[in-house]
Design a protein. Sequence first.
Length: 463
Amino acid sequence: MHLVAIGGSDAGISAALRARELDPGVEVTVVVADRYPNFSICGIPYHVSGEVADWRSLAHRTVADLEATGMVLRLDTVARRIDVADHGLLVTGPGGAEERLAYDALVVGTGAVSVRPPVEGLVGAGALGAEDGVHMLHSMDDTFAVTRTLEERRPSSAVVVGAGYIGLEMAEALTTRGLAVTQLEQLPEVLPTVDPALGALVHEQLVAHGVDVRTSTTLEGVARADDGLEVRARGAGGDRVTLRTDMVLVVVGVRPDAELAAAAGATLGIRGALVVDRAMRTNLPDVFAAGDCVVTHHRLLGDTYLPLGTTAHKQGRVAGENAIGGSRRFAGSLGTQVVKVFDMVAARTGLKDAEAVSVGLHPRTVGFEGDDHKAYYPGSHRVRLRTTGDLATGRLLGVQLFGHRHAEVAKRVDIAAAAIFAELCVDEVSDLDLSYTPPLGSPWDVVQGGAQAWVRETAGAGA
Ligand SMILES: Cc1cc2nc3c(=O)[nH]c(=O)nc-3n(C[C@H](O)[C@H](O)[C@H](O)COP(=O)(O)OP(=O)(O)OC[C@H]3O[C@@H](n4cnc5c(N)ncnc54)[C@H](O)[C@@H]3O)c2cc1C
């Protein structure tokens, strides 16, 4: 049995590790386009900021660790064509030589690529690039390009386009490096994955640390200027915005990198991602796929596109197990995510109102505020919550949180994620036997306080 995985990031490596763990007799080859297998690209902002000084530390596992599991790594090797009929993968190696790898099962983990907004200076013949100080950010090579710009050009200012979680992390990273950062976001508030009420608190945190935040502002073009770069944008009332800067970082999302499998006949779905079943099988015989290149099953929304590292790890593990004959199913995502913005943290799991309405539910969201631990013990922080439940069934649908980085926001959103996964009603959250000691919590955790507020405010409001 020869399993070939394409892609050396979360999905491809998770598949390879799982296959070797379950059956050390299985031959596993991982084909990786670059030299950086199993790197934690989620950690890139913390290398750019300087907090993680050595980029090598970002490796989840070293090449030696991976090879010790018995897998064969083919680095600097690009998969060019899948020949489904005769179970072959055409690759080009480091020297450019073509080779055919025979497989019994294939896992496609080609991931995603950065979205390049179709505006002047970013697309077309004269598009600007890293050598001009204009960057995208997804791979280790992108990271080296950013750090080269920082070290060689010594920029004093940067424009970050996009205020999703990566844009926020990078605004913080570049501020920490001493740059004056302007952040553009076309939507009315930053971090649109949470409700504007919490996004506004994230916004305040950026401003408090000197970031010049421009919401409702859409990028229109980037051009070289005498003394750096000129960024053109359109502001809220249609007014023109022109900014002079030394560096531009465009982080406006990703799209699935699905062309290789699509060319072999794989079916594409939402946002051009590969369609897979819950066993992570594509429609092609013995071809599985996982991670940012596939359509993701969401436990409440059904099929969606939700590129996240946590999901890529889980899907890769399922794909690796099934590729060698297993029968595991991907349980589904809840879109649980968390981001640190300077001293504060925002997190969400499950659905916001509009998402719930889109699948026929009857949501109501109720705000709440409480302490992370007993206020009489030094160092307590307020935590803001938004709890979303279904008026028709009482079921917990979503929780959003905002609080200090030492207020265990991430683990509190995980309580909610576990409750939604278990299909609890909002009222049942109060029944959870959570831990308590005054320096670390309260007899009712703030997540339970939020649930009780929801029950109080929606009493008699059933749909
Ligand atoms: C800056 C940043 C911060 C992030 N932070 C978080 C976070 O905090 N939490 C979180 O959950 N997620 C985070 N993510 C998202 C997360 O990193 C991705 O969801 C995850 O890496 C997806 O893994 P993947 O294996 O599907 O694809 P990718 O990471 O995109 O990897 C694709 C792999 O396939 C290889 N490849 C592609 N085409 C070929 C080919 N033809 N031949 C050979 N190899 C090929 C690539 O070289 C790469 O190794 C972050 C992403 C970025 C960029």
